[in-house]
Design a protein around this ligand. Structure first.
Ligand code: SF4
Length: 384
């Protein structure tokens, strides 16, 4: 098995991390059927350490495998229809989609996948290149992908930097492929895109939609475990149409939900992020020392401690080290793990910048950070 750090891992190309090997499932059309979600749960529990993360590409990342168990899990998940059995086609199949794409958007996604999967041109793109389809009620944000495809009037528009084409649905994939030659321009790295709050809560069916509404929710730091994934699969069948939709904002939606089921879902999912004003939506945090050999602090535990202490900002990034994996771009407050002191992580503080920038101050544990950042505790309000 080959380590592929520096590339985006997938089901057949695991990446080594502090808690073993990790693999990524790229759900087709940004959704998984309940039985596929159960297969993910079973593979995570049986072969990995049970941890599952939602990624900013709308993938499911399973952690804690050995080299051998990652291969076994990949076989089970491919059998469940969660990957193209051909690793080369699977590698080229990454698309970032608006969740709950309308039918014409789904048609574009299918055609685009069928065009890109056999194309060696896709292999020449930079590893982090992202192609996205933005349509319907949850549009992708400017800068969230490199090649952006969206409806324009009765046609579809594909844009890549200053290059763009307009085509009907059937002609769009070939037109989009024609933009990729040479040295394609890349978006500015680290733009996070729209806030996840858009997807949280109850979304009644749009006029003319027969499929019912959708209920969106978040997982703290985009992380769940195998048991919760199994429970979500059951809830999608009991209260929805059996589909779970992944979003590029690390949230999930259950579709086919009528309004009578909303209180039942809220009760069943209590403890998760169910409201758009939940402060946990402000925070990005990597797994840190709990699962990464580079981590100097338990970033997620400290992030929750900081929220309990009243730290708030437009965006907060707590990182286990200066690599800043969970949020490569700038945040209003970025805390970079340095060490652990008396049970608390100790952090360097960067305002309005990414984890790699020179900090304004350092050596601060959670209590000291709260005193500096929370007005009632003697700090100054964040400027964002
Ligand atoms: S930011 Fe550092 S600690 Fe966090 S996942 Fe990346 S390498 Fe690991």
């Amino acid at each position: 098995m080959t380590e592929v750090r520096g590339w985006c891992p997938d089901l057949f190309r695991p990446m080594q991390s502090g808690d073993g090997w990790l693999i990524r499932v790229r759900p087709r059309l940004a959704r998984v059927m309940a039985e596929q979600a159960s297969a993910v749960s079973a593979a995570a529990a049986r072969y990995g350490n049970g941890l599952i993360e939602l990624t900013s590409r709308g993938n499911l990342q399973l952690r804690g495998f050995t080299s051998g168990s990652a291969t076994e899990a990949a076989g089970c998940l491919a059998e469940a229809g969660l990957a193209d059995p051909d690793p080369a086609r699977e590698r080229r199949s990454s698309l970032i989609l608006s969740p709950l794409l309308p039918p014409d958007g789904l048609a574009v996604a299918v055609l685009l996948g069928d065009t890109f999967a056999p194309s060696p041109l896709i292999d020449l793109l930079p590893p982090k290149f992202a192609t996205g389809i933005s349509a319907g009620r949850f549009p992708l944000a400017d800068g969230q992908v490199d090649l952006l495809i969206r409806p324009l009037g009765s046609q579809w528009h594909a844009s890549l930097g200053a290059r763009s084409v307009l085509a009907a649905v059937e002609g769009l994939p070939a037109a989009a492929l024609s933009l990729l030659g040479g040295s394609p321009p890349m978006r500015k790295r680290g733009q996070a895109g729209a806030a996840p709050t858009l997807t949280i809560g109850w979304h009644p069916a749009a006029a003319g939609e027969a499929s019912g509404g959708a209920f969106g929710f978040g997982l703290p730091f985009g992380q769940l475990d195998a048991d919760l994934m199994h429970k979500l699969a059951s809830l999608a069948v009991r209260h929805g149409d059996g589909l779970l939709h992944v979003t590029p904002w690390r949230t999930l939606l259950i579709s086919g939900v009528d309004d009578a089921a909303v209180p039942l879902l809220r009760h069943a999912l209590s403890g998760l992020v169910l409201d758009a004003d939940d402060p946990r939506l402000l925070v990005s945090a990597c797994i840190g020392a709990a699962g990464c050999s580079s981590g100097r602090t338990d970033a997620r535990t400290d992030a929750l401690a900081l929220l309990r202490l009243g730290v708030r900002a437009a965006s907060i990034h707590v990182s286990g080290c200066a690599k800043g994996c969970a949020h490569p771009g700038p945040a209003a407050l970025t805390l970079v793990g340095e060490a652990v002191r008396d049970g608390s992580g100790v952090y360097a503080l960067v305002r309005d910048g990414p984890a790699s920038h020179t900090p304004q101050s350092d050596g601060l544990d959670c209590a000291q950070l709260a005193r500096q950042l929370v007005p009632d505790r003697g700090g100054s309000a964040d400027r964002s």
